[in-house]
Design a protein. Structure first.
Lengths: 424, 292, 281
């Protein structure tokens, strides 16, 4: 018995050792250049695979391999691979906050010349590219997909209350009035069944801060502006939606993303990022429009997702060829490959395929929103700013522990500490 | 002569896999990460030696002491119920009752699923608007439930409740395995002497399972200090930093703020705390743990 | 008269006991019912109030979607290979070490034991990068061995657990065997391992669950799609935000099934033929 167990165990180990002995594939195979690309858009895999097939058809000497990364761990993966000098990919997907974290770290190649010489810059939204520029003027990645914060609204709730839908003329006063009319306790049992507004710290509070004339950071992004009178007014508007007008429940600080709340169909309006794939199968009618106009005008927070080519890549030229193709020559039927957010290409963004992609919504406002109203305040330590900046202070204003002025002062101080920690 | 020499080396043969593992993996990793704690390192560029600066910044930081307090708060809330409740249940389940196996399996269910899945479900249950818990509280008991994970004062207790629920089965199984090693003859003898149920529990059961109790105690404390997944999924440290624990802050610094050196320093402070507490436990175990 | 009193009091005791156990069982199982129920709902239907335990439209779309989005069977195969190998490795290496710590006296025993236990106390976030560097030097990156090998080289948790158990096995059995001339290996096998079936099974299950649900190691050490484990596959479905609750619940439930099967089989190690405590019938 004992011997049998031993033998079985040894055999099992041998078997697993043999099974796991596959060598990973080489970079150059049968004359083709193989490049690797990371992505996390698993819900749009068909579009990505379709696009790559099309690219390989028109560029037969390059083969593209997709690696699906777990979004929540992509930074860990990048860092561990980089520490051990193990190559990851030739095109690495990243969001703007991580790109700004990497600006000065000498990790990605400079794309500035390639962008301004190889690309038709009349086709591209140029402002987002500035978000990826470091102190030496190098552009470390290209923002391929642009996210805007928009005003989502639940058509069924509006119809039931016989209110007209939000449009581009709305101000935050119109917003508040509508929210009041749309908050209802349908059964009279003390439980509110439909709320006017879904409160969230990002992007809604950011949008408010800038729309009221205040902001999170100054223009040079070096100093906090939370305790400016305009910012305090914006915070007051935000908090009062819950405390005074009672048109919104307390914003959920973390557990569920903002879209989840709106997905439930219990909120009439929400100002959130325009990812729409998850809305494909909801059981209520919805759409989105411009965020309302504040005292300082209309504001939408811009975020972006893009690709960078790491300095460790062995096929930088091939990677750029693919990236250029992705920006300029992506067939329109794949333009929704990033969960419905807008590709950074004016022609694609106004193509029939993008505008009428599933799920159908008001995508035609996106180019105008992006060009004229989008604001971005990312900088190094953006992640830490989000975590330890002013959110906890505002949470306390909502719970009543701080007054709004105290919260603003505290928030400002926290941001200063974060900036100091990052060596500002 | 050779035989005696072999006999002396015998333990090392049994320990060979463990020693190889320690040398190969743990030693290198531990030493490296300890050295890193004296540097400023973003992983991508070479590390810069800065001596004790990380540690100095940590001890002077207000945020650190808040995190320190939160971590201890979690440990204190989590450890007692995580030990006492499973013990009671294990005693109850250690009987020849009909269907007892079904109960054992059901109580072990929460342990089987990943903490991520459990945390997601509980984040849903705790939702003040759509969640089952507040709904049941209002409908059946007419209580307005608190805002749970959205309330500064309730977020930590909510996390603890979820964790006790999940790990109940874990410790219960350990206690059960230990209880079943107690020969029935001991109980029978004491019954002849007229001992009641409670007397039997305190005089026979508890002492005989004390090695396991000690194990459960140490493991529960260590894992409580290292709580991470729950914070990551449920609260991300909020609201207002009330559930921010050291392990989560270590993760943030390492992989979100690219401050590997600072994160390592924090890790070694956490390690130091756990080590000292565990060492104290081991020193005091003679007072209440009975090995044969 | 005396007999009747005895019968009634035990009847009440059992009734209370069962009631308590049943209520607790409901509390234990409720979130899982919720998990399965949510996984069978369509995306739009997961937010209804009052919460629906039995969905009005039972739909297998989520399960279908999971099979479409990830190579589920291949991932499961990888997970099974890695997890079983690692768990066996743990049980074997930890029991050997635990025996040495529990019964043998040797130089440095205490120090080594404390060093081993210390490895449990260091957060994995900071050791993952140095460990990856070492794995890379060993050429094990992107192989299953990277996940299996450390498991076969001992572990603090398992050794600690088994040592506590071995320390409480009565010495007389050993002494008898020694007098008979048994070597340490035979004593180890016949006395310690056989006696400790429940705790060995427990360790195996705990190890199994740990390696099965481990997300960090497979993400960091593996990169080829054909080597990926199920946990990673399910995590990649989460996307950027935790939006598809229904999908994630379906994935979590699927991921639980192998462990459930294992636990049912391991149940018999927990049963002892004659069992009693204070509450006797």
């Amino acid at each position: 018995m004992k011997l049998k167990v031993k033998i079985f165990f040894v055999l099992f180990l041998l078997l697993t050792f043999l099974l796991s002995c596959n060598k990973s594939t080489d970079y150059k195979k049968d004359g083709k250049i193989k490049i690797k690309l990371t992505t996390w858009f698993i819900y749009n895999m068909k579009e990505w695979e379709g696009a790559i097939k099309e690219f390989e058809r028109t560029h037969p000497q390059i083969e593209v391999e997709i690696e699906n990364v777990v979004y929540s761990m992509h930074v860990q993966k990048l860092l561990t691979s980089s520490a051990a000098k193990v190559p990851i990919a030739d095109l690495i997907i990243l969001e703007d906050w991580f790109a700004t974290e990497m600006l000065e770290r000498d990790y990605f190649i400079d794309l500035k010349d390639k962008i301004y010489n190889d690309l038709d810059t009349s086709l591209i939204f140029l402002k987002p590219i500035e978000d990826y520029k470091n102190s030496k003027g190098e552009i470390i990645a290209f923002p391929n997909f642009l996210i805007s914060s928009v005003l989502f609204y639940n058509k069924d709730i509006f119809d039931n209350a016989k209110l007209s839908y939000p449009d581009s003329t709305w101000t935050y006063d119109d917003f508040l009035q509508a929210a009041k009319k749309l908050t209802r306790d349908k059964e009279g049992d003390g439980i509110i069944d439909e709320w006017g507004v879904q409160l969230n710290y990002s992007p809604f509070l950011d949008v408010l801060l800038y729309a009221f004339g205040g902001g999170v950071l100054s223009q040079d992004r070096k100093r906090p502006m939370i305790d400016k009178p305009e910012s305090i007014e914006a915070i007051k508007f935000f908090v009062d939606l819950y405390k005074v007008h009672k048109v919104a429940p307390v914003p959920n600080p973390a557990a569920m993303s903002n879209t989840v709340a709106f997905l439930s169909g219990k909120f009439a309006m929400a100002i959130i990022s325009n990812y729409v794939t998850k809305f494909k199968s909801v059981n209520f009618r919805w759409d989105y429009t411009y965020p309302p106009k504040g005292k300082a005008g209309r504001v939408s927070i811009r975020n972006s997702i893009g690709f960078g080519i790491p300095k460790t890549s062995k096929n930088k030229e091939a990677a750029w060829i693919f990236l250029k193709w992705l920006i300029e020559s992506l067939p329109p039927q794949y333009s929704t490959m990033a969960e419905g957010i807008m590709p950074n290409n004016k022609k694609l963004a106004t193509s029939k395929y993008f505008l009428e992609g599933e799920p159908i919504c008001n995508r035609k406002i996106l180019p105008d929103l992006q060009e004229n109203y989008s604001i971005n305040y990312t900088r190094t330590s953006f992640a830490e700013l989000k975590d330890y900046g002013f959110q906890s202070a505002i949470e306390r204003a909502i719970s009543g522990k701080y007054t709004i002025e105290e919260a603003a002062k505290r928030g400002n101080k926290n941001i200063e500490e974060v900036l100091k920690r990052s060596g500002e | 002569m050779i035989k005696r020499w072999l006999y002396k080396l015998e333990p090392y043969f049994y320990l060979a896999p463990t020693i190889i593992g320690l040398l190969l993996f743990s030693a290198g990793a531990v030493i490296m990460s300890f050295l890193i704690s004296f540097t400023k390192w973003d992983v991508i560029n070479p590390p810069k030696f800065i001596g004790f600066q990380n540690y100095l910044i940590i001890f002077q930081s207000e945020l650190f002491w808040k995190i320190f307090g939160n971590t201890f708060y979690y440990v204190i809330l989590n450890v007692p119920p995580s030990i006492v409740i499973p013990l009671i249940i294990a005693v109850l389940l250690n009987q020849k009752l009909k269907g007892i196996n079904i109960f054992r399996s059901i109580y072990f269910l929460p342990v089987i699923s990943s903490i991520v899945a459990i945390a997601l479900v509980w984040s849903w249950l705790y939702n003040p608007e759509f969640g089952l818990i507040n709904y049941v509280l209002k409908k059946f008991f007419n209580i307005d439930g608190p805002r749970w994970l959205e309330d500064e004062n309730w977020a930590m207790p909510a996390m603890v409740i979820m964790n006790v629920w999940k790990s109940m089965g874990y410790n219960m199984v350990l206690f059960l395995a230990s209880l079943q090693n107690i020969p029935d003859s001991l109980y029978e003898v004491s019954e002849i002497d007229g001992a009641s149920g409670i007397k039997k529990f305190f005089n026979i059961t508890l002492p005989l399972i004390s090695p396991t109790t000690f194990f459960v105690f140490i493991i529960t404390i260590i894992s409580s200090f290292q709580v991470f997944e729950q914070t990551y999924i449920l609260t991300k440290g909020g609201p207002a930093n009330s559930t921010l624990t050291l392990s989560y802050y270590i993760y943030q610094n390492a992989f979100l703020y690219l401050r590997m050196g600072y994160s390592s320093a924090l890790s070694y402070i956490l390690f130091g705390i756990i080590f000292i507490i565990t060492l104290l436990q081991f020193k005091y175990q003679k007072k209440w743990v009975h090995y044969t | 008269m005396h007999k009747m009193k005895y019968k009634i009091s035990t009847y009440i005791k059992n009734f209370l006991l069962y009631s308590f156990l049943i209520i607790l069982a409901i509390i234990m199982i409720a979130p899982f019912i919720w998990m399965i129920s949510t996984s069978l709902k369509e995306t739009g239907a997961i937010f209804t109030l009052p919460p629906e335990i039995i969905p009005s439209n039972i739909s297998l779309n989520n399960y279908k979607e999971i099979f479409e989005r990830i190579p589920f069977l291949n991932f499961t195969k990888n997970s099974i290979i890695i997890t079983i190998s690692a768990s066996i490795g743990q049980v074997v290496s930890c029991s050997l070490a635990a025996y040495a710590f529990a019964r043998m006296k040797f130089k440095g025993s205490k120090v080594l034991y404390y060093i081993l236990l210390s490895t449990m106390m260091i957060p994995s976030q900071v050791t993952i990068i140095p460990t990856f560097i070492i794995m890379n030097k060993l050429g094990l990156v992107d192989t299953h061995l990277a996940l299996i090998l450390p498991a076969c080289l001992g572990g603090a948790f398992g050794t600690f657990l088994l040592r506590q158990f071995f320390s409480s096995i009565p010495k007389d059995l050993e002494d008898a065997a020694k007098i008979d001339g048994c070597g340490s290996l035979r004593i180890f096998y016949h006395i310690f391992l056989i006696q400790s079936k429940p705790v060995l099974a427990t360790l195996f299950i705990f190890a199994f669950m740990f390696y099965w649900n481990d997300l960090l190691s497979p993400v960091i050490f593996l990169s080829s799609l054909d080597k990926m484990t199920l946990t990673v596959g399910l995590a990649s479905i989460q996307g950027i935000n935790y939006d598809r609750f229904d999908l994630m619940m379906a994935g979590s439930f699927l991921s639980m099934i192998p462990i459930l099967i294992l636990f049912v089989f391991a149940q018999k190690f927990f049963i002892k033929s004659i069992v009693s405590t204070g509450l006797k019938e």
